[in-house]
Design a protein around this ligand. Structure first.
Ligand SMILES: *Cc1c(COP(=O)(O)O)cnc(C)c1O
Length: 345
């Protein structure tokens, strides 16, 4: 791996972060707060939230078995995705490499930040090889993006290839584990100490059932987390989100039950979907959704919309011609989908 200084944009490396009122007073016991120009009324929403989300990170660190200073929390994973570009990629000079197809936000953030985005096509089983990704990289490649289980294909990427890539790439590997809770594959969080060039993304939006609160997590070396913390908005995770996340962390066992239920529901939904006349193929999934090739994705998508049922049409995505991506819902929702499709002609 190159040094973190070599991988970081010089302007970011030199940056002295904005120091907020609540940063300077760092949580020591106090009862009179006259430092942040807040209104003293309208409790409890009158106060700025903890900029470093210490209480929340403490609870998360127990569940994820990761040290506090290896955790970054953001306004959805979207914030973390944007931050890696802003931290490491010099616009018009650096580039990133990513598997294709994958989650669309990596490319959008690359374009917003004026950074070249190099796509490397997966094979027919939606797998990649480390060698192909490395061949697409050059001395200006700062990041390689992987997503496992991948979206929209649903499958886990091969662990041996992920490891090979991390070991052989000079830059940083960003591994998006948004759907790892649904997979049998262990999270790479366990390997964080072994790989200083690994950044793992997870989110409260899927298994945790909290898409509305906008809370994403990035896990990496304390040096990388330090850079994210330096350039983030001071109060990037609001108080209501921090509170709700704390509450969800107390309900950990309930979340485990949801995950088990959704995995079982996926299997029965896949089995029923496979029987439909309009189904051509169902791709193996390790997530809470699956990708299916159908006879005519555009027509079937519109037909379902007319019945008030929305799935994701992935027809125009690489290697996903005539494919629909179907999220596993409640038993009732899944039933409505199947009943509607049985009637499709
Ligand atoms: C849904 C999803 C996310 C979650 O993004 P948030 O901003 O945390 O809601 C991240 N990565 C992938 C691949 C996803 O599909």
């Amino acid at each position: 791996m190159k040094t973190l200084q070599e991988l970081t944009r010089p302007t970011i490396w030199r940056l002295k972060p904005y120091s907020s009122a609540r940063d300077e007073y760092n949580g020591a016991a106090a009862s009179v707060f006259l430092d942040a120009n807040e209104n003293p009324y309208n409790l409890p929403h009158n106060r700025y939230p903890d900029p470093m989300q210490r209480d929340l990170k403490k609870e998360l660190s127990k569940i994820k078995k990761v040290n506090l200073d290896n955790i970054f929390l953001g306004n959805g994973s979207d914030e973390a995705i944007d931050l890696v570009f802003r931290a490491f990629c010099e616009p018009r000079i650096d580039n990133v490499v990513a598997i294709d197809p994958t989650y669309g936000m990596y490319q959008v953030c690359a374009e917003v930040n004026d950074v070249e985005y190099r796509k490397v096509l997966l094979d027919e089983n939606y797998q990649f090889t480390a060698d192909k990704l490395l061949a697409a990289a050059d001395e200006h490649t700062k990041l390689i993006f992987l997503c496992s289980p991948n979206n929209p294909t649903g499958n886990d990427l091969l662990r041996s290839e992920i490891e090979k890539l991390i070991q052989n790439f000079e830059g940083l590997v960003v591994l998006d584990e948004a759907y790892n809770d649904f997979s049998e594959a262990p999270s790479f969080l366990e390997e964080l100490d072994k790989y200083p060039n690994l950044i793992v993304f997870q989110t409260f939006s899927k298994a945790w059932g909290c898409a509305a609160i906008r809370l994403g997590m990035a896990f990496a070396s304390s040096d990388i987390i330090g850079i994210f913390s330096k350039i983030k908005y001071p109060y990037n995770v609001n108080e209501l989100t921090q509170k709700q996340a704390m509450e969800m962390l107390q309900r950990y066992e309930e979340i485990e039950r949801w995950i088990k239920m959704l995995k079982e529901a996926r299997e029965s939904l896949e089995a029923e979907f496979a029987q439909l006349p309009c189904t051509v193929k169902i791709f193996p999934s390790d997530a809470n959704f699956f990708l299916a090739r159908v006879t005519d994705a555009v027509k079937i998508y519109s037909y379902l919309v007319s019945k008030g049922i929305i799935v994701r049409n992935r027809n125009s995505v690489s290697l996903c011609g005539n494919c629909l991506r179907v999220t596993v819902g409640t038993a009732e929702e899944n039933e409505k989908l199947i009943e509607a499709l049985k009637l499709y002609k």
